[in-house]
Write a protein that binds this ligand. Structure first.
Ligand code: AMP
Ligand code: MN
Length: 328
């Protein structure tokens, strides 16, 4: 029988029955993914469950100072044998079981923790709350439900999750609920100044060089409402950058006055284009991401498209133009 609820209790009850749990999140993890995983690992230890965090991709450099980040194992796959050593898989921030980029996770019972719209509830237990500002806030509520006092490290990791997913409490998900959770995290030892210096003043030099490469490709369309940018393998090479160096480039075109939608196309391997979409206001870029088999939120969505970078950019521009046209 599967259980689906927006209550943290269901997740805690399921965790208490586990002994060894594999925690994972989506490929190309962001602050909410990494922060939630690390806070969750601490909660599991308090509950007597041995956690191991496995991600397909490394944390971006701006998250490299989070407490406990070294405990995350980065691996392109988990073997059946390894999986069978766990009695539970916990996915955080994954609206589909394909999001971690690790195969066969469903060999084991799954606890699915997510705040995305349209998570189908693929777990044995699904703790889903689309009104939550960040998965890290949902994990934070689990501490309360379990009666576990979070350490300053857990509060810090949860705060990283919440502050990055709300764009430093500026996006539409910066609700009263987000601020209430933030206040609790700060009271429990999270330092906003420290987190801000990690997240905003600890970039790799190559990610800043890559921004320069990306900006050379910036194109504004539809009277300045649509911004697109692309980084190809040559751009990564010139900047000396890695895929994780492109995670937050998309925020820059979004800052331009009049821009309502942004597409950043990232091609690291030939023929595979990762697309990040951002928008302002009611403009729903998730609908465009979904058309390519991706997902996300109204104002932040993404997808992976197979094809040539130029062709994908043209096709995406057409679809975004149409969306902007519909909602003028
Ligand atoms: P990103 O642009 O990678 O920061 O992703 C923005 C949002 O879109 C996040 O909420 C992601 O979970 C979601 N997203 C990104 N790529 C995909 C994908 N291939 N499939 C489903 N959702 C995605
Ligand atoms: Mn999130």
């Amino acid at each position: 029988m599967t259980v689906t609820s927006d209550s943290p209790e269901v997740a805690v009850v399921r965790l208490r029955r586990a002994r060894r749990a594999l925690i994972t999140s989506h490929a190309s993890p962001d602050g909410d993914a990494i922060g939630s995983e690390l806070a969750l690992a601490e909660l599991l230890e308090h509950l007597g469950v041995a956690p191991e965090i496995v991600n397909r991709d490394p944390a971006p450099s701006y998250l490299g100072q989070l407490p406990g980040v070294d405990r995350i194992r980065v691996a392109p796959r988990v073997t059946d044998e390894e999986l069978d050593r766990f009695d539970l898989v916990v996915t955080v921030e994954c609206p589909g079981l394909n999001r971690p980029g690790l195969d066969r996770l469903d060999r084991r019972p799954i606890l699915n923790i997510d705040h995305h719209l349209a998570n189908p509830g693929y777990g044995e237990v699904n703790y889903l709350d689309e009104h939550s500002p960040a998965a890290g806030e949902m994990v934070w509520k689990m501490f309360g439900a379990a009666g576990v006092v979070p350490s300053p490290a857990a509060a810090t990791n949860a705060f990283v999750a919440l502050s990055t997913d709300t764009g430093d409490f500026r996006f539409t998900n910066a609700t009263g609920r987000a601020f209430r959770a933030a206040a609790e995290m700060v009271d429990a030892g999270a330092s906003p100044a420290q987190v801000s210096s990690w997240v905003h003043e600890s970039r790799s030099a190559s990610s800043v060089r890559l921004l320069g490469e990306a900006l050379k490709t910036l194109t504004l369309g539809r009277n300045g409402e649509l911004a697109t940018m692309a980084v190809d393998p040559e751009a990564y090479r010139r900047a000396g950058a890695l895929p994780q160096d492109s995670e937050d480039l998309v925020t820059v075109p979004r800052s331009i006055a009049g821009v309502r939608a942004v597409a950043l196309l990232k091609q690291w391997q030939p023929g595979v284009v990762r697309v990040s979409l951002r928008s302002k206001g009611d403009l729903d870029v998730r609908s465009v991401a979904s058309a390519y088999g991706g997902g996300g939120h109204t104002n932040a969505a993404g997808c992976t498209v197979h094809g040539d970078l130029g062709a994908v950019r043209a096709d995406l521009t057409r679809r975004l133009d149409a969306l902007l046209e519909e909602t003028t």
